[in-house]
Design a protein around this ligand. Structure first.
Ligand code: UDX
Length: 457
């Protein structure tokens, strides 16, 4: 790099968004950029994990009750309003004091307010989309889907195909359990619009995985697109750094060491999803009855109305004779790459889906909300690396689905598909691969961005 340049990046303060943004920052650091991470006080990342970055906090103005992920749409709406002035003040001051050239600001797509701030400061804005391109294509089609009557989703039409977006059915369309049913629609439309106003979109996906969605989005968004994922598989300088807001319980790795190859079902529903006590008990009994070993992440807050494992029948784990292991938070990437893991029962958050793809682990798909339904449909019907937990969340169904994926007739085919996809995820990052080349374009395009506030020294 001819001159040292500084990039400012800001994540949406949710685990599934913080992780890919920090990984992106590390990728760009490895290309020679200096990095400043702008963050809210709520869910702030740990600067000690990234001593090579500069961290700047801004006030998010959230009260104690507002600072919660229970309604992530409401939280995002608040941040989009309350962070506007603090971000503008921080950036204006930083740009006038910074001795390095600042070519652009990189912000999570959900933080749509950052486009207005950047416009005011005449600073180009690049967007980081942490989710899949396929789900974003659905988001970009929201106005059309509403016009055609697919949205809001009606119970009577769930099995109907969405003709404009094959292979989706109405039941696969994103929904969000927000206090204001219209808020999710408005937020999505707004962040899609502000992507169109940006200088480009960076994706944590790769061309071979989502070429059809990426091709359509290139036409719809009309801005440069950089699918440079999977981020976490780049050779990162800070790859030992933790991006977790919770401390992973590494004891599960020694337990995995004692299990047979491909025998364990890893169960985790990400950082936000919550389930009822009745659903929790169906999962527990289904896992026990399946007779497969399992590693289960029961995050504090996962079960509505419970602190942690109180609803579990007493002696549940003891009666399994070591076949089950429960942690509050796991080192997920390490878990998925462990040879003992044979399947991932997931809510299909995009990070979990991509991490599973990268390790070639077949999925049991149980999407909860938002983009997860689209990710799950692609995992099961397009990439054919997973099976859906159908119908009701019920112990007999759980047992049947686990057996289908671990010992059923389809196992070999799904494993082979998962292995092939893992290969593609690895090849795209190697010299000459699609993500490798898009990263080169991204770096050279950042150099050529015209920022009126930037100065070269
Ligand atoms: C949220 C949304 O729910 C999701 O739909 C969207 O795609 C991204 O933002 P989340 O629910 O947390 O994310 O799921 P996911 O995207 O899968 O991210 C969870 C992250 O936490 C993953 O990177 C996973 O590796 C990590 N994790 C999860 C752990 O490190 N340990 C755990 O025990 C569980």
């Amino acid at each position: 790099m001819e001159e040292n340049q500084r990039l400012f990046l800001m994540a949406s303060p949710l685990q599934g968004h913080i992780t890919p943004l920090l990984h992106l920052a590390d990728i760009l650091f490895s290309k020679g950029f200096s990095i400043t991470i702008v963050h809210t006080l709520f869910n702030s990342p740990d600067p000690a994990s990234y001593p090579h970055f500069d961290f700047r906090s801004i006030s998010d103005g959230l009260s104690q009750t507002e600072a919660s992920t229970l309604d992530a749409v409401h939280l995002t709406d608040l941040i989009n309003v309350r962070c506007r002035n603090p971000l503008r003040d921080l950036l204006a001051a930083a740009l006038s004091q910074c001795r390095q050239r600042v070519p652009c600001f990189i912000a999570d797509a959900a933080l749509h307010f950052t486009q207005t701030v950047c416009d005011e400061l005449k600073l180009p804005r690049l967007v980081l989309r942490t989710g899949a391109a396929s789900s974003f294509l659905v988001f970009a089609s929201f106005p059309l889907l509403r016009q055609k009557g697919y949205l809001p989703v009606q119970e009577s039409r769930l099995e109907e195909p969405v003709v404009d977006l094959p292979p989706l059915k109405v039941k696969d369309l994103p929904k969000f359990p927000s206090q204001d049913p219209e808020a999710f629609y408005k937020l999505v439309c707004r962040f899609v619009e502000e992507c169109k106003a940006s200088s480009g979109v960076i994706w944590n996906t790769f061309e071979e995985l989502e070429s059809s969605a990426l091709t359509k989005l290139r036409q719809d968004l009309s801005v440069p697109m950089y699918p440079i994922g999977p981020f976490h598989k780049h050779c990162l300088t800070g790859s030992t750094s933790s991006t977790s807001l919770l401390t992973p319980d590494k004891s599960c790795m020694s337990w995995l060491d004692t299990q047979e190859r491909r025998s364990v079902v890893y169960v985790s529903f990400g950082s936000i999803a919550a389930i009822s006590e009745a659903e929790f008990l169906e999962i527990a009994c289904g896992l026990a009855n399946s007779k497969q070993p399992f590693l289960w992440v029961v995050r504090p807050g996962l079960i509505h109305g419970s602190e942690w494992l109180e609803p579990l029948p007493s002696g549940f784990l003891e009666n399994l004779g070591g076949r089950g292991y429960i942690v509050k938070w796991a080192p997920q990437e390490q878990v998925l790459s462990h040879p003992a893991v044979g399947a991932f029962w997931t809510h299909n958050g995009w990070n979990s889906t991509l991490e599973s793809i990268c390790e070639g682990v077949p999925m049991i798909c149980m999407p909860c909300f938002a983009d997860q339904k689209v990710n799950a449909k692609y995992a099961s019907d397009v990439w054919k690396v997973g099976v859906h937990l159908q119908n009701k969340l019920e112990r007999g169904e759980v047992e049947k689905t686990i057996k289908k994926l671990m010992v059923g007739d389809e196992v070999n085919e799904i494993r082979e598909n998962a292995f092939n996809l893992k290969e593609k995820a690895s090849v795209c990052l190697k010299q000459g691969g699609s993500s490798y080349n898009f990263l080169d374009s991204l770096v050279s395009d950042i150099f050529s961005l015209e920022s009126s506030t930037s100065k070269a020294h």
